[in-house]
Design a protein around this ligand. Structure first.
Ligand SMILES: Cc1ncc(COP(=O)(O)O)c(C=O)c1O
Length: 466
C-alpha cells in the first residue's frame, strides 16, 4: 500500500504526463491539493518536492509549483554520437567578428534603459568606500599572488552553502573566469596535449586552446544533462587525453546541469585515465533554485581545478574571478605572479565587504527572479513559433539553445540581422566541427522591454529569409 504522499505524487505525475498541466503551467495550490485529496500540508509539500527533485516541477517563490518547461519535438538530427579525432583549433574556426561584439548576450545591444539594479548600486558603494579607506603607503605595494584574504574568506563561506568547505588558502583571485581557465590550462597542460571539451560548448575555451597550441577533442553534450560521459569513456580508450573541461552547472549554450551520477562517473574516469578536470562554475550562482554542489565538492583526488567569476552573477565589468587549483595550486600562484603580478586590493576588499554585508546574496535572490521571468517570456515566444524548433529550458544560466530546421544557416542570419542592430549568436560559434550551423543561442540576461521583444518577434522572418 502506497503512502498518501506517493499516491498524490502518482496523481500529479500522471497529470503532467497526460498534459493535464502543460509545460510551464501552474499546478493547483498546496491548499487546493490538501482540500481535493484530503491530505495534510506536509504530505502535499512532500509529494511536490519529490517531483521537483526529479526535475518535473519548479518551485517559484510566492507563486507556487509550475511544470518545468519541456523540449518541443526534435527536428531530426539530434545529439551526435560520434567524436572527431583531436585537432588544433585554427583562426578560421573562431568567429572573431562575433566575439568582438561580446558574442551577443543582448539581442539588441544598447537597448537597455532599465535603472541600475539595487545590488549593483550596493556593490558600487562598497567599492567606493573601500577606495576611500586606502590610506598610508598601501599604494606602493603589490597584493599577494593569491589575492586579498578577506575576499577568499568570503568565497570559502559562499561555497560552504553549496556543500563544499574549502579553506581560504585554496583560492587564488584572478581577472575573471577566462583568466582562471587560462591559468588552469597553462599550469596543467603542455603544447600538443589533447583537451576534451563539451560540444556545443564555450567558445572562449576554443580560443584558449588555439593560443596554447592544445588539441581539441569535442565530446557531444546534451542541453539538458551536459557532457556524454559514456562517450567520453570510449574516447579515453582511443586517444591520450590530458584534460577535460566541463561546466556542470548551467553550461553555455543550453544551460545543462550534469546529474550527480554523471559527475561521479567523470571523476572515476579522471582517476582511471589520470585526467585533469577543469570545472567552469561561472553560471552556478544564476540558479533559479538552489545551485547544485560543485564537482570540486566530490573531488577526493585533488585533480579538479575549479574556475569561476562574478561576471555572470553580478558584473562583467568588475573583472573578479577565482581559481582553486587542487594539486596545481602552487604552480597557478606562480603563473599568476608571472603573468600579472597582482590584482587590485581595493576592488577585492570592496567586493568582500559587499559579500560580508549580505548584499551579494540579496542581489542573487532578486536577480534569479528576474532571470526566471525573462526566461519564461522568451520560452513562451519560442513555443509559439510556427517553424519546428527544439528549445532547451534551463533552470539557471543566461541563455537557451535553439535547434532550428537544418536548412537554416544561422551565420547567414547573423549577417542579415546586423543592419537592424540585431546581434544573433550563431551555433557555429560553439564548436569547431560545423555541426551546429542551424542552431542559435538566445540570451535572457536582459528584460524583454518593448524594443527587444519586437526584435525577438522579427527573428523567424530573418531566419527564414537569410
Ligand atoms: C562558460 C563561460 N566561462 C567563462 C567565461 C568568461 O568569464 P569572465 O567574463 O569572468 O572572464 C564566460 C563568458 O562568457 C562563459 O560563458
Amino acid at each position: 500500500m502506497d503512502y498518501r504522499y506517493q499516491q498524490l505524487e502518482q496523481y500529479l505525475l500522471k497529470g503532467i504526463q497526460t498534459q493535464r498541466w502543460r509545460s510551464g503551467e501552474r499546478l493547483p495550490s498546496i491548499r487546493q491539493l490538501c482540500l481535493d485529496h484530503q491530505v495534510s500540508k506536509a504530505t502535499a509539500i512532500h509529494a511536490l518536492q519529490r517531483l521537483e527533485a526529479q526535475g518535473l516541477l519548479e518551485a517559484r517563490p510566492k507563486a507556487g509549483y509550475f511544470v518545468t518547461y519541456q523540449f518541443k519535438a526534435a527536428t531530426g538530427g539530434g545529439l551526435r554520437r560520434s567524436v572527431d579525432p583531436p585537432r588544433l583549433v585554427t583562426e578560421t574556426d573562431l568567429l572573431l567578428d562575433i566575439m568582438r561584439r561580446s558574442a551577443a548576450f543582448d539581442l539588441l545591444p544598447g537597448a537597455a534603459t532599465s535603472p541600475t539594479p539595487p545590488g549593483i548600486v550596493a556593490m558600487n558603494r562598497s567599492i567606493a568606500r573601500s577606495l576611500r579607506r586606502q590610506e598610508g603607503a598601501g599604494f606602493q605595494y603589490y597584493d599577494e599572488p593569491a589575492g586579498d584574504r578577506t575576499l577568499r574568506e568570503q568565497l570559502a563561506l559562499h561555497y560552504a552553502r553549496r556543500g563544499w568547505q574549502p579553506e581560504p588558502d585554496q583560492f587564488c583571485i584572478t581577472t575573471g573566469c577566462q583568466n582562471a581557465l587560462f591559468l588552469a590550462l597553462l599550469a596543467s597542460c603542455q603544447k600538443g596535449d589533447v583537451v576534451a571539451v563539451e560540444t556545443p560548448g564555450f567558445y572562449g575555451v576554443l580560443q584558449l586552446l588555439q593560443q596554447l597550441e592544445l588539441k581539441v577533442l569535442e565530446v557531444p553534450a546534451s542541453p539538458e544533462t551536459g557532457i556524454d560521459v559514456d562517450l567520453l569513456q570510449n574516447v579515453l580508450s582511443c586517444w591520450p587525453v590530458r584534460a577535460c573541461i566541463v561546466s556542470p552547472a548551467f553550461a553555455t549554450p543550453g544551460g545543462a546541469v550534469m546529474p550527480l551520477p554523471a559527475k561521479q562517473k567523470l571523476l572515476a574516469l579522471a582517476k582511471r585515465f589520470d585526467l585533469v578536470v577543469i570545472e567552469d562554475d561561472i553560471y552556478a550562482d544564476t540558479a533559479f533554485n538552489h545551485p547544485p554542489e560543485p564537482l570540486k565538492a566530490l573531488d577526493t583526488d585533488d585533480r579538479v581545478i575549479l574556475c569561476s567569476s562574478f561576471s555572470k552573477s553580478v558584473s562583467r565589468d568588475i573583472r573578479l574571478g577565482w581559481i582553486s587549483g587542487g594539486r596545481w595550486q602552487e604552480r597557478i600562484l606562480y603563473l599568476k605572479l608571472v603573468t600579472q603580478l597582482a590584482g587590485s586590493r581595493y576592488l577585492q576588499q570592496g567586493f568582500a565587504d559587499f559579500m560580508a554585508e549580505g548584499h551579494f546574496v540579496s542581489h542573487l535572490r532578486r536577480q534569479r527572479n528576474q532571470l526566471r521571468e525573462n526566461r519564461d517570456c522568451l520560452l513562451a515566444v519560442l513555443h509559439q513559433w510556427e517553424m519546428p524548433v527544439k528549445v532547451s529550458a534551463p533552470a539557471g544560466g543566461l541563455a537557451v539553445w535553439v535547434e532550428l530546421p537544418e536548412s537554416i544557416d544561422t551565420l547567414k542570419s547573423y549577417r542579415a540581422a546586423l543592419p537592424d542592430n540585431i546581434v544573433l549568436t550563431p551555433g557555429s560559434l560553439f564548436s569547431v566541427s560545423g555541426q551546429f550551423n542551424h542552431c542559435l543561442r538566445i540570451s535572457f540576461a536582459h528584460r524583454w522591454d518593448e524594443k527587444r521583444f519586437e526584435a525577438l518577434n522579427r527573428l523567424p522572418k530573418i531566419l527564414m529569409n537569410a
